[in-house]
Every structure is written in structure tokens, then in C-alpha cells.
Design a protein around this ligand. Structure first.
Ligand code: GLA
Length: 391
């Protein structure tokens, strides 16, 4: 599936019409893309490197201003409408989709800006719980909509950090910055190589003879938030221990493989393996950037497989279904590389496939996956997309 401008047009029209029926006025429409991460997993919150692409699956938000202090929000996906007062946004996560909206509004307001009442209708194309950043795309599109209805604008990077903070404080996931960043700064036909410490980034063209194919295991990452926060805590505890010997270390980004081996005996085995993943993954991202620039997709793909193995064995965030998909992909002609993408525990794999081999790849892998698991997967042949904006 590759979305065309015409299909976006008709989707936006349908959203506009629905909004008009509900609220009797014409909305402005914003959209923010999901993402697939090519390589660099669980490195962002360790001040490391990542290389995602924004994908042409979006969360769309139609918005108009209200004159009271109410956010009136309809979610197409949940078929649910909720109202919240801008004067009662605080409170811990409620495990409800509206936490994202509440969080973005609350963090925008906490920055000292006057957030006004708004009507929002949300239509999401990014599959939920699939590791493709439906959350970040909802946060970013909501932030754009609320800034517009409230008549102020933040610089894009400030908006990114608002969205990340909303997820930490109102959803309860201590995510890194990758997803919100690429949903905002992504560029069509390019991967975005981000240094999550300096926030410097480089746009690297994806060669025309390769396609990014996402395969959805159709297994949602239900328990992922708790496991995700535990991984992050493991990394932080390692930094604390290693700092006793290496006082300049601020994050795992600063630890070399040699350092890790030297102090291995002071870390519980599980924590040691978490570190080994992060440190080697950072090296892989740097190598991947070089190979992409040199157009060496075979080597790039090799790094993707290594990344998957490290996530499977050392970071332990893969799942049987993800492993089956990567295994099957590695046996398909025309596949450069494959790996799980996103937080893990279900969700999707990302595959770099020679353009002329995509069709065969899809049918081969759909068959094989069904045979191995009994599940019918969903495949998205993606184009790298531009970051968020008004439509
Ligand atoms: C989730 C988080 C990101 C990142 C990935 C793992 O998508 O939101 O910040 O940590 O997991 O790489």
C-alpha cells in the first residue's frame, strides 16, 4: 500500500465533511506521520543514534476553536467522543486514548501559553500498538492543532519536547525523543540520522532501487510500557555503577565496548547484556549511515540483521512472531535486511527490499508467516514522508 495524493485528498474531504456535520463549521486539518526505524533501537534514551524514516501513514486532526474552556474530542478509531475542561487537565495516566490529548494540552499550558477551547476530530491511519508510533503522530498532530486554535506557535523542536513530556507525564511511558522528532522533521525519500544528545541530524537519501516494507505481526505490544520503562531503568542503573570508575560518563552513549568488558563483573548479567546491545547498536547506526551514503545496501542489510539479533538476545524485546518474520525475510531473494522496529514485544518488522522484488517478497512472506503462526499479516510498502504540517 502506498498512499497517493488523491487518496489523501479524499480522506481529508471526508474528515472535513464529518467535522462540518458535527460542529457546523469548516475545520483546519493537520496531520503527522508515523515512523519506521531502520536501525538504532532503544538507543535514543541513552543519548545515542537512531535512523528512522517518517512513513506515509498519518494521524489526521480536524480542528476549530471554541470560545469556552472545553476540549471536545472525537476519535474515529474508538468511535468515542469525550469532553475535558482545560481547567482540570492534571492527574496521572488514565490508560485512555484521551491521555495523549490531555497531556499535550496540559504541557502546552504549563509552558505559560494560553490554550483555548477546541473541537477536534481525530482520524488515525497508523495501526495502534504496532510499533509505528501512532502515539507520537497523535501527539504531534494534536500539538499543531491546539497551537493553531490557540493562536500561537512554538518552534518545531520545542513542540517535539512538549509531545515527549506529554507522553512521560500523562501516558506514563518514559520514551526517548526519536518518534516525535522524526514525525516533525522527517523528509520524503530520506532517512533521518539523529544524534539524540546534540539533536543534530542528517538527511540520508534512500536509494531509488530499494523500498521500505513494513510487516505487521498483528500481535499488539500490550505489556510494553512496563517492560520499556524497566529497560530504561536497567540502562540508568548501569550508568550509575560505571560512573564510579568512569566519572565522565553521563549516558551509555559515553561507554565503549572495552569499558563495558572491563567492568562487566560489577553488573548483573542482564544489565550487562542490555548495555552490550546499546553500545553495539550505536556503532551499527554509525556504520549504517556510512553504508547508506556509499549506496552499499547489502552491508546496510547485514547491520539490520545484527541489530535484530542483539535486540532478540541481549535486549530481549523481540517476540516469536517478529523472529519468524525476520527469519523468513532473510531467506527471500531481493531482501537486503530485516529487523524488528520500535519498542518491540510485538508490532512490526522493517524490511529493506529491492524494488523489483517487493511483490514476490510480500506473497512469499505472507504464506510463510501464515504457515508458521496461523496469522495473516498486514504489509505496508512505504514511502519515506515529510514531517507534520497543516494539510
Ligand atoms: C519507542 C519509543 C522511542 C524509542 C523506541 C525504541 O518507540 O517511543 O523513543 O525508545 O521505542 O527504539
Amino acid at each position: 500500500m502506498s498512499n497517493s495524493v488523491a487518496s489523501f485528498e479524499s480522506m481529508a474531504d471526508a474528515l472535513r465533511q464529518r467535522f462540518q456535520q458535527l460542529h457546523g463549521r469548516r475545520p483546519r486539518i493537520f496531520r503527522a506521520p508515523g515512523r519506521a526505524n531502520l536501525i538504532g533501537e532503544h538507543t535514543d534514551y541513552n543519548d545515542g543514534y537512531v535512523m528512522p524514516v517518517a512513513i506515509d501513514l498519518y494521524t489526521w486532526v480536524a480542528a476549530s476553536r471554541r470560545d469556552d474552556r472545553i476540549l471536545h474530542v472525537h476519535s474515529d478509531h474508538f468511535g468515542e467522543t469525550i469532553e475535558m475542561s482545560l481547567d482540570a487537565l492534571s492527574g496521572s495516566p488514565r490508560k485512555h486514548w484521551s491521555d495523549y490529548i490531555r497531556g499535550v494540552a496540559a504541557v502546552l499550558a504549563a509552558g505559560g501559553r494560553e490554550v483555548s477551547g477546541a473541537n477536534l476530530v481525530i482520524h488515525g491511519q497508523v495501526p495502534l500498538g504496532a510499533g509505528l508510533s501512532s502515539s507520537a503522530s497523535l501527539e504531534v498532530s494534536t500539538a499543531l492543532a491546539l497551537m493553531w486554535t490557540s493562536n500561537f506557535e512554538l518552534p518545531p523542536l520545542a513542540m517535539v519536547t512538549v509531545c515527549q513530556r506529554a507522553e512521560h507525564e500523562y501516558v506514563g511511558t518514559r520514551c526517548g525523543i526519536m518518534d516525535q522528532f522524526v514525525s516533525t522533521f522527517g523528509r520524503s525519500y530520506h532517512a533521518l540520522m539523529l544524534d539524540c544528545r546534540s539533536l543534530d541530524f542528517q538527511l540520508l537519501p534512500i536509494p531509488a532501487n530499494a523500498r521500505v516494507v513494513i510487516l505487521n505481526t498483528m500481535v499488539r505490544h500490550e505489556l510494553a510500557a512496563g517492560e520499556y520503562n524497566r529497560r530504561r531503568a536497567d540502562c540508568e542503573s548501569a550508568v550509575k555503577t560505571l560512573r564510579r570508575h568512569l566519572p565522565t560518563v553521563v549516558a551509555l552513549r559515553d561507554v565503549t565496548s572495552a569499558d563495558l568488558e572491563r567492568y562487566k563483573s560489577e553488573l548483573p548479567d542482564q544489565v550487562y547484556r542490555r548495555c552490550r546491545h546499546v553500545i553495539s547498536e550505536n556503532q551499527r547506526v554509525l556504520a549504517a549511515a556510512e553504508t547508506l551514503q556509499a549506496g552499499d545496501l547489502n552491508r546496510f542489510g547485514h547491520l539490520m540483521y545484527e541489530s535484530h539479533r542483539s535486540l532478540q538476545c541481549d535486549y530481549q524485546v523481540s517476540s516469536r512472531e517478529l523472529d519468524v518474520l525476520v527469519e523468513l525475510a532473510s531467506a527471500c531473494p531481493g531482501v537486503y535486511g530485516a529487523r524488528m522496529t520500535g519498542g518491540g514485544f510485538g508490532g512490526c518488522t522493517v524490511n529493506l527490499v529491492r524494488s523489483d522484488a517487493v511483490e514476490r517478497f510480500q506473497s512469499h512472506i505472507t504464506e510463510g508467516y501464515k504457515r508458521a503462526t496461523g496469522i495473516i499479516l498486514a504489509a505496508y510498502v512505504c514511502s519515506a514522508a515529510d514531517g507534520a504540517g497543516a494539510w
